[in-house]
Design a protein around this ligand. Structure first.
Ligand code: CP
Ligand code: NVA
Length: 308
């Protein structure tokens, strides 16, 4: 590939038209797959996937998605690479760029992700860092659009601690014109970086501690595990976040046709109850499926393919 590689690191790096192109492609790829078409748009391309942490959805959806596009994948863990013996992330990027066509990485340090990307001459995709999870939120938006139409002007409630998924939702709300209402206990409030992102998007995002106020009349209710990868204070978190459980009583304050989403894995009985996640308003399985369609679109876009 000549010129700058097309990285996919954070939604806030993008303009709305580019994200719209990716989402339109994702919808088209999903429709094509449903009608039995598997265009081999990435024939012979190789995607290296590096996992520093556990994954079910990201790992399987990228792997299967790449195969559906005619490409191949390499599954690697940081532990089995020389990264674990202090080879720098930049040198790793330089070497891998000579072998593979793109890199997807799940790594806790966001700085490591950006260092990898700046030294890589092939596209790098963020498969989750402590700071953000942009592929997840693209799948969430796709799922919302399928079930409830455009996000513009709609109310989205985030119930729980501040984390990587929320950060990508803050970026998305600013770009897509959703009204994001966050209910978060003070102990797990957004850090300085995310507070400044929130300030940048202005009135689009509101931040408070009260889950009932945040969820009132929401069109979409989001939550996530109370203990993200890298968190160490599990007992304390479960105690403090207890009032933030999304259960039928809390869901009752949202709009009657509100959707419920969760990036998964869910901890049933903690952040969400069975009645909600298994109930009629939950679209979590569509959301998980859409990871694959949207990531196929991100991969195509990274290789300069913007429509089928
Ligand atoms: N939602 C998500 O990223 O799931 P995995 O951790 O299983 O990849
Ligand atoms: N916030 C969660 C998301 C998991 C997909 C975590 O970082 O563990």
């Amino acid at each position: 590939m000549t010129g700058q590689p097309r990285h996919f690191l954070d939604l806030k790096d993008f303009s709305l038209p580019t994200l719209r192109t990716i989402l339109d492609l994702a919808h088209a790829l999903k429709t094509a797959l449903r009608s039995g078409e598997r265009p081999d748009l990435l024939r012979d391309k190789v995607l290296a996937m590096i996992f520093e942490r556990q994954s079910t959805r990201t790992r399987v959806s990228f792997d299967v998605g790449m195969r559906q596009l005619g490409g191949q994948t390499l599954m690697l863990t940081g532990q089995e690479m020389q990264l674990a013996r202090e080879e720098t992330i930049e040198d790793t990027a330089r070497v891998m760029s000579r072998y593979v066509d793109a890199i997807m990485i799940r790594i806790l340090s966001h700085d490591d992700l950006t260092d990898l990307a700046s030294a890589s001459s092939v596209p790098v995709i963020n498969g989750l860092t402590r700071r953000s999870h942009p592929c997840q939120v693209m799948a969430d938006i796709m799922t919302f659009e399928e079930n409830a139409g455009p996000l513009q002007g709609r109310k989205v409630a985030w119930i729980g601690d501040s984390n990587n998924v929320l950060a990508s939702w803050v970026h998305a709300a600013g770009l897509f014109g959703a009204r994001l209402s966050i209910a978060c206990p003070k102990q797990y409030w957004p850090d300085e970086g995310l507070l400044s992102d929130i300030a940048e998007v202005g009135d689009t995002v509101s931040l408070d501690t009260d889950p009932v106020a945040a969820i009132a009349d929401a069109d979409l209710v989001l939550t996530d595990t109370w203990v993200s990868m890298g968190d160490t204070d599990e007992g304390e978190r479960r105690r403090i976040l207890k009032p933030y459980q999304v259960n039928p009583r809390l869901m009752g304050h949202a709009a009657p046709d509100a959707l419920f989403m969760h990036c998964l894995p869910a901890h049933r009985g903690d952040e969400v109850t069975d009645e909600v996640i298994d109930g009629p308003q939950s679209v979590v399985w569509d959301e998980a499926e859409n990871r694959m369609h949207v990531q196929k679109a991100i991969l195509c876009w990274a290789f300069g393919i913007e429509s089928i």
